[in-house]
Design a protein around this ligand. Structure first.
Ligand code: PLP
Length: 416
């Protein structure tokens, strides 16, 4: 029998073989009319929900006017509008933006900018991070070995410091923060001195590596160290940005401002678009013509989708909704954890970037399968694959959270 997937590369893994023909809000529908609750948001992409009418309208209108205007040749108006709109939601002194297509591409852009601006080559990343699948970003990714399997050796100049993942170490946040800062200091003395280190690149909430918010004290210490040594602080907000954590940027929880913010995923509600933001002064150190790309800044439809996404986030109070629904989800999960403390070790998160950490991957997988049987799509993450990540579209409402929690409760009960 021939498989419907026979012409698709097997390099993709698939959580399911559902072929959705329609999406609306937090739901996906297949041809047969089955409805699935999408608590994955397509890995954090459809922030405004599937096919939000205002985003659809912006895409349709832009497509009818201008699909593409190559940035090195012309300047598509939505690029200017998007930069202005981003400036309004990003703290001083970040006021200048560069656009590209994927998260990895934007992370690479941030590293290229940091290297040129500082004249230094090395970068420090944090254990468990996921920054992408291109050669440079593979070298920066340590969330699971699979992302670099049989591709090594990778570009040099990347050094890995521990991420303040308190539950993993089995310590409190203060002890973990102190340990990680001590190890970072060790790295700066033992392997990559400040005069060779261009940047710290950190996910303010570790994503693929296990959904771990960095303690505020750790991010504040990184900011101080960066300032002290002329090292740039790069926040990879590809997954945590655009309101996901209940603030527009996750770094705001710590009251720090990075030198460069990297964005993608939730930015375009599903249209491929990414970018970086920095101060004008920093961007001016990037030699014109030394970076760019055919599509970045020119894909007018993606840019228009991003402008519309920002509008919807604001008009519908979705950042505030992420905070409120996130708190509801966290409380509900903690109540479930209290019933099944033998299988759920930790519940943590910020806004709608929430994790339940299971005792092992087999349990997480079994619970995931049980959720799927009730048409709830949920992803796992973590180096050991034992973490459930809760990442519904930011439009999710209180009843939908209650419904998802009820499915999860039954699923955990079935395996506990
Ligand atoms: C924090 C972070 N950075 C970078 C990336 C890479 O983004 P992309 O898959 O769009 O290249 C991801 C993707 O999951 C991510 O979560």
């Amino acid at each position: 029998m021939t498989s419907p997937l026979q012409h698709l590369s097997p390099v993709w893994t698939h959580l399911t073989e559902i072929q959705p023909v329609r999406g609306e809000g937090i739901y996906l529908y297949d041809e047969a009319g089955n409805r699935y609750m999408d608590f994955t948001s397509g890995i954090g992409v459809v922030s405004t929900g599937h096919s939000h009418p205002k985003v659809v309208q912006a895409i349709q209108e832009q497509a009818a006017k201008l699909i593409f205007g190559q940035m090195n040749i012309v300047i598509p108006p939505p690029a200017v509008q998007l930069a202005e709109a981003l400036n309004a939601v990003t703290p001083e002194p970040i006021d200048t933006f560069f656009f590209s297509n994927s998260g990895a591409e934007a992370v690479e852009a941030s590293v290229k900018l940091a290297r040129q601006a500082t004249g230094k080559r090395n970068i420090i990343v944090f254990q468990g991070s996921f920054h992408g699948r291109t050669a440079q970003t593979m070298a920066m990714t340590t969330s699971k070995y699979i992302y670099r399997h049989n591709y090594q050796p990778l570009p040099a100049g990347v050094f890995v410091a521990p991420y303040p993942y308190a539950y993993y170490y089995g310590w409190d946040e203060e002890t973990t923060t102190a340990f990680c800062l001590k190890q970072l200091d060790h790295l700066l003395h033992g392997q990559t001195p400040p005069d060779e280190t261009a940047a710290f690149v950190i996910e303010p909430v570790l994503g693929e590596g296990g959904y771990v918010p960095a303690p505020a004290g750790f991010l504040q210490a990184l900011r101080r160290l960066a300032d002290e040594h002329g090292i740039l602080l790069i926040a990879d907000e590809v997954q945590s940005g655009f309101g996901r954590t209940g603030k527009f940027w996750a770094f705001e929880h710590a009251g720090v401002v990075p030198d460069i913010v990297v964005m993608a995923k939730g930015m375009g509600s599903g249209m491929p678009i990414s970018g970086i933001g920095a101060s004008r002064a920093l961007m001016e150190k990037w030699e014109p013509g030394t970076h760019g790309g055919t599509y970045g800044g020119g894909a007018a439809v993606s840019l228009a989708a991003a402008v519309a996404t920002l509008g919807v986030l604001q008009e519908e109070g979705l950042v505030e909704n992420a905070a409120a629904r996130g708190a509801q989800l966290l409380d509900g999960l903690k109540a479930i954890q209290a019933k099944y403390a033998n299988v759920i070790g930790d519940v943590r998160g910020q806004g709608l970037m929430v994790a339940t950490e299971f005792a092992d991957a087999a349990t997480a997988k079994a619970v995931q399968r049980a959720c799927l049987e009730e048409n709830l799509l949920v992803l796992t993450c973590g180096t050991y694959g034992n973490v459930f990540r809760w990442i519904p579209p930011l439009v999710v409402n209180a009843e939908e959270i209650v419904a998802a929690l009820a499915i999860f409760d039954r699923a955990v009960a079935s395996v506990a």
